[in-house]
Design a binder for this molecule. Structure first.
Ligand SMILES: *[C@@H]1O[C@H](CO)[C@@H](O)[C@H](O)[C@H]1NC(C)=O
Length: 234
């Protein structure tokens, strides 16, 4: 009797141990499976979004200029991209119209500038100024002629500073720039300002040409900025 009792207890213990082992292993596996999936989800969010969008997700609404967000009333959507090194040209989109780009064949080395009417968003002019070997007085005259209420969109390409002088820097400051004073050889610069602004423009990015941090050998990473510029209301 005693012996069979011991055998039963041992058998029971072995069964419990076996069950624990199986359950433990199973849950361990499934936990791993779950964590692997969420890890992939974290590592490749773009892929998941694309997969879901491509298979069954609702179509994403398209915003003006291909921007992430739509703009409130009385604002113009814009997107400005600087050039990448001396290889890929810059582009300027305003109110869903590409004003300047390589495809439009109206960009060039130096500064690319588009002028629009800040009240109705109509394009007034686009021009490009070679800042490496061009005549700086051409840009000086162009900036002087800008009328109050005009929005000014600027994108650099390759080099935007070699011919820059204090007079031209002062004119960009008058349009609301805070960074033009620091612009140097092969820096990238994108800017949206306006003639008659009371404050500095919030729409400006500048990255320095620095051999230690440059993405390309002799040039920094390209810049891209999108946003909503308020319509001139008065
Ligand atoms: C902008 O357009 C308005 C008419 O919609 C005109 O009165 C104004 O002078 C224009 N401003 C500029 C700077 O071109």
């Amino acid at each position: 009797m005693r012996l069979t009792g011991v055998v039963r207890v041992v058998a029971l213990l072995l069964t419990l141990l076996g069950t624990w082992y199986v359950v433990q292993t199973y849950f361990d596996r499934s936990w791993r499976a779950i964590s692997l999936r969420s890890w992939i989800g974290e590592a490749l969010p773009g892929l998941w979004v694309r997969l879901e969008g491509g298979c069954k997700g609702p179509p994403q609404p398209r915003h003006k200029c291909g921007n992430q967000k739509s703009c409130p009333q009385n604002h113009f959507a814009f997107k400005i991209t600087s050039g990448a090194a001396n290889v890929v040209g810059p582009s300027i989109c305003f109110n869903d119209v590409i004003l300047m780009s390589s495809v439009k064949n109206n960009i060039g080395r130096g500064l690319n500038i588009a002028l629009v009417n800040g009240t109705n968003g109509q394009v007034l002019k686009t021009d490009t100024f070679d800042m490496y070997s061009g005549d700086i007085s051409k840009l000086d005259t162009f900036l002087q002629k800008i009328k109050r209420g005009t929005m000014v969109l600027v994108a650099s390409y390759d080099d935007a500073a070699t011919k820059m002088n204090d007079k031209v820097r002062a004119q960009f400051e008058e349009l609301g720039s805070s960074h033009v004073s620091k612009l140097r050889f092969r820096d990238n610069w994108i800017f949206l300002g306006a003639k008659g602004l009371k404050n500095k423009s919030p729409f400006e990015e500048h990255i320095k040409n620095d051999a230690k941090t440059n993405k390309y050998e002799g040039w920094p990473e390209l810049l891209e900025m999108e946003g909503c510029a308020p319509r001139k209301m008065d």
